[in-house]
Design a protein around this ligand. Structure first.
Ligand code: M6R
Length: 371
């Protein structure tokens, strides 16, 4: 039931404040006067010691689920102290890449039925790794086959383009990082700040959803373009990949997410006065580097659309020549949850304006059950 919405994708984008709340329900413990703030993940608690002792944590997934893991990777590295590597499921299988008994392999999948991810799971089980599932579907193949896991609880997602599952996946993996790192006293203040950030996150997403009309206006400007680049780095490298994936899969416009640190190693050659480029430059440790990226793109007359934190328009938009998307600032590791929303809205409006099927893009299936 689409309720007041015209499409499932639109409904699922707009229900993210609620889906995020459901994802966190009963899992955040904000303590009393003397109790520390913490996270409780029932499905993981008996395995936390093993995970902390693992030689590395390997995230495995496809498409949007892979991007969600990429967004969570930095906070997991920071809080757990365990090396974290990333694998696209099909690539791991193609290479028969090394997976060891001392590894924790985390399988991320909205449907829990993706053939590539399931195949990589069987391979990791054969190799003796501890296998953790992060899925949105209770009783799915991945949920059943892994040793333990966390349900995303984002509610049923119908649009082929994954939206609310993505933001809930990031939140689940941030909570996982908090749980794994939960025994380090030196990081208690950081953990508490993230727990507070999680608590306020649904309201921040509610706020960013107010950009709907702005994103529709931007979509009108971009309707006839051939291509859209999205530059991000740090926590928001994943936002660049995921924003571009959304645009290409539903609006059928070519789009590419680019790690801003790679700009001079090739992509800079594409920059001219006509190619639209989204630069994600919200406040975090990478902000000054992104300011310099903006300067360099500006010097080459790039057609810039800059996403920045509220109040930063003047410091990112040189000479007032670019379009700005101002978003609320949250704890750095949670910023990808806020930042993806305007790009989801942009992809949605572009698709509707271009007259394509937004919930069922051509050639795609919601659950890819063949390899
Ligand atoms: O169900 P899964 O999360 O395992 O699906 C993985 C991908 O097929 C999926 O995320 C796909 O990339 C989406 N259509 C993206 O919106």
């Amino acid at each position: 039931n689409k309720g007041k919405y015209e499409h499932y994708m639109q409904k699922e984008i707009h229900e993210q404040p609620e889906s995020l709340t459901t994802t966190m329900r009963g899992r955040l413990i904000r303590g009393g006067s003397c109790k520390a703030k913490s996270v409780l993940l029932g499905g993981l608690k008996d395995h936390l010691k093993t995970i902390r002792r693992s030689r590395r944590i390997v995230f495995i997934g496809c498409g949007t689920s892979y991007n969600a893991a990429l967004a969570a990777r930095p906070i997991l590295e920071e809080l757990s102290g365990v090396p974290v590597t990333m694998e696209i499921a099909s690539d791991l299988s193609d290479r028969q890449g090394p997976i060891y008994r001392e590894d924790t392999a985390v399988f991320v999948s909205q449907s829990g039925e993706t053939a590539d991810t399931l195949h990589a799971l069987e391979y990791a089980l054969e190799n003796g790794a501890l296998c953790v599932g992060i899925t949105n579907t209770v009783g799915s193949a991945i949920a059943r086959t892994t040793h333990c896991g966390i349900h995303i609880n984002a509610g049923c997602e119908i649009g082929v383009a994954s939206t609310k599952a993505y933001t809930s996946q990031i939140v689940v993996m941030a909570m996982m990082a908090l749980a794994i790192g939960g025994d380090t006293m030196s990081k208690q203040a950081r953990r508490e700040a993230i727990i507070d950030g999680l608590f306020y996150l649904p309201n921040k997403v509610r706020e960013v959803l107010k950009l709907d009309q702005d994103m529709k206006d931007l979509a009108k400007l971009l309707i006839a373009e051939q291509s859209l680049l999205v530059f991000g780095r740090g926590y928001n490298y994943a936002t660049a990949l995921e924003g571009a994936l959304k645009v290409k899969e539903v609006s059928l416009m070519h789009s590419e997410g680019i790690l801003a640190g790679e700009m001079k190693h090739g992509p800079l050659a594409l920059v001219d006065e006509s190619l639209p480029i989204v630069v994600i430059a919200t406040r975090d440790a990478c902000f000054s580097k992104q300011q310099s990226v903006i300067q360099q793109l500006h010097a080459r007359k790039g057609r810039l659309i800059v996403m920045c934190s509220q109040g930063d328009a003047a410091s990112v938009c040189l000479g007032g020549s670019c379009r700005v998307i101002e978003v609320p600032q949250v704890e750095d590791c949670l910023q990808p949850v806020v930042n993806i929303v305007p790009l989801q809205l942009l992809a949605y409006h572009l698709t509707v304006l271009r007259g394509y099927n937004v919930d069922q893009p051509r050639n795609l299936a919601k659950s890819v059950t063949t390899q």
